[in-house]
Design a protein around this ligand. Structure first.
Ligand code: AMP
Ligand code: FE
Ligand code: FE
Ligand code: ZN
Length: 296
C-alpha cells in the first residue's frame, strides 16, 4: 500500500484543486492520501468525493499553525470532527491572523517600491480559505517582479526579509488537546526540518507524547538521512507513530512530488487505532468511515 499523509490544495497554498490533487494521487499509484491544507478543512468534501471516483482512500486532515517557545510548529491533525466548536474558534483566529497580515505585507512591499495591491494578492487566492505568503509570492510572479515563488521568498517573504510579517499561531499544547477532544490524532509535521538545531528537543517531544501527541513526520524532504534516522529512533523510544509524506503543493513548491516519501502501512494502522480511541474517548464522531483494507 502506498500512503502519503501530507498534501496541500488550492484551498490553502497548493496549486491543484482538491479533486485534481486526488486524481494526481491515483495517477501516481497512491492508495491512500491525506489532504492537509493549512488551517482549514474546506477542501475535505471535494477530496472525499474525488477519492470515491478514483478509488483512492482520502484521509481528511489539516496542518495547523502553532507555536511553542516562540518557534513555529506545524501540527497535522487527522480525522477530527470539523464541527467541534472550540477547534473551529481557534482556527478562526488563525485564519483572521492570516488575513490581517495581507495588507501589512503589501504595505512593506510598496515601501520597497513595488506597485502591488491587496487585490493582486486576492486575485491569486480565489479558491483559498487560508491566504498565505505563497499567494503574495504568486502576485509578485504575476506582476513580473520575480520569476518563481522561491525567488519571492528569498528576496521578500522569508523570515528576516523586508516583507516578512509575523502572524498569530495557536499554542502547540492547547492544539494537541483540542485535536484529541475533537476525536482526532495529531502528528508534528517536519519537526526537525526548519533549523539545524533539533527543536523541539527529545525531552519536549516526550512531554507532548505524554499529553497525547500521536506521531511525528519522520520522512520529509526537509530532513536529511541522519535526521530521519535519529527521529525514527526517538519515535520508537517514545511510542510515537512515524509517518512519511510528500508535503505536496502542486507546482507551488519544488522537490515535493506526491509520494516522494510514504508512510508504512503498519504505522498508518497504529495512527488509525489511536484515532478510533480518541473518537471513543471524546464522544466526537469520526468524519469518515475508512474501508477495511486500510483499517486492517
Ligand atoms: P504562511 O503559511 O503564509 O506563513 O507561508 C508559509 C508557506 O509558504 C509554507 O507552508 C510553504 O508552503 C510556503 N513556502 C515557504 N518557503 C517557500 C519557498 N521558498 N518557496 C515556495 N513556498 C514556500
Ligand atoms: Fe504550505
Ligand atoms: Fe508545514
Ligand atoms: Zn505542509
Amino acid at each position: 500500500m502506498r500512503i502519503d499523509l501530507h498534501t496541500h490544495s488550492r484551498v490553502s497554498d497548493g496549486t491543484d484543486t482538491p479533486a485534481e490533487l486526488v486524481a494526481a494521487a491515483a495517477a501516481t499509484g497512491l492508495d491512500v492520501v491525506a489532504l492537509t491544507d493549512h488551517d482549514t478543512t474546506a477542501g475535505w468534501d471535494e477530496a472525499l468525493a474525488a477519492g470515491e471516483e478514483h478509488g483512492v482512500t482520502v484521509i481528511p486532515g489539516i496542518e495547523i499553525s502553532t507555536e511553542h517557545g516562540g518557534r513555529s510548529v506545524h501540527l497535522l491533525g487527522y480525522l477530527i470532527d470539523p464541527t467541534y466548536e472550540p477547534l473551529v474558534e481557534e482556527l478562526g483566529q488563525i485564519l483572521a491572523g492570516r488575513s490581517a497580515r495581507v495588507p501589512l505585507m503589501v504595505a512593506q512591499l510598496q515601501a520597497e517600491g513595488i506597485a502591488i495591491t491587496e487585490a493582486d494578492v486576492y486575485a491569486q487566492s480565489t479558491d483559498a480559505a487560508a491566504t498565505g505568503r505563497p499567494h503574495v509570492a504568486d502576485a509578485l510572479v504575476a506582476l513580473g517582479v520575480v520569476g518563481h515563488r522561491d525567488e519571492a521568498f528569498d528576496r521578500f517573504l522569508a523570515w528576516g526579509r523586508p516583507a516578512y510579517v509575523d502572524r498569530y499561531a495557536a499554542p502547540l499544547e492547547r492544539m494537541i488537546d483540542l485535536i484529541a477532544r475533537a476525536g482526532g490524532v495529531s502528528v508534528i509535521a517536519h519537526p526537525w526540518g526548519r533549523t539545524t538545531r533539533r527543536t523541539p528537543s527529545v525531552e519536549q517531544l516526550a512531554t507532548f507524547a505524554a499529553r497525547g501527541l500521536a506521531g511525528v513526520e519522520v520522512d520529509h524532504q526537509d530532513h536529511d538521512a541522519a535526521t530521519r534516522a535519529e527521529l525514527r529512533a526517538v519515535a520508537a523510544e517514545l511510542d510515537l507513530v512515524a509517518t512519511g509524506s510528500s508535503d505536496y503543493h502542486g507546482t507551488g513548491k519544488t522537490g515535493h512530488p506526491l509520494g516522494v516519501n510514504t508512510t508504512a502501512a503498519v504505522e498508518l494502522h497504529r495512527l488509525l487505532e489511536r484515532a478510533a480511541a480518541a473518537s471513543a474517548a471524546s464522544g466526537r464522531p469520526a468524519p469518515v468511515s475508512l474501508p477495511p483494507v486500510v483499517l486492517r
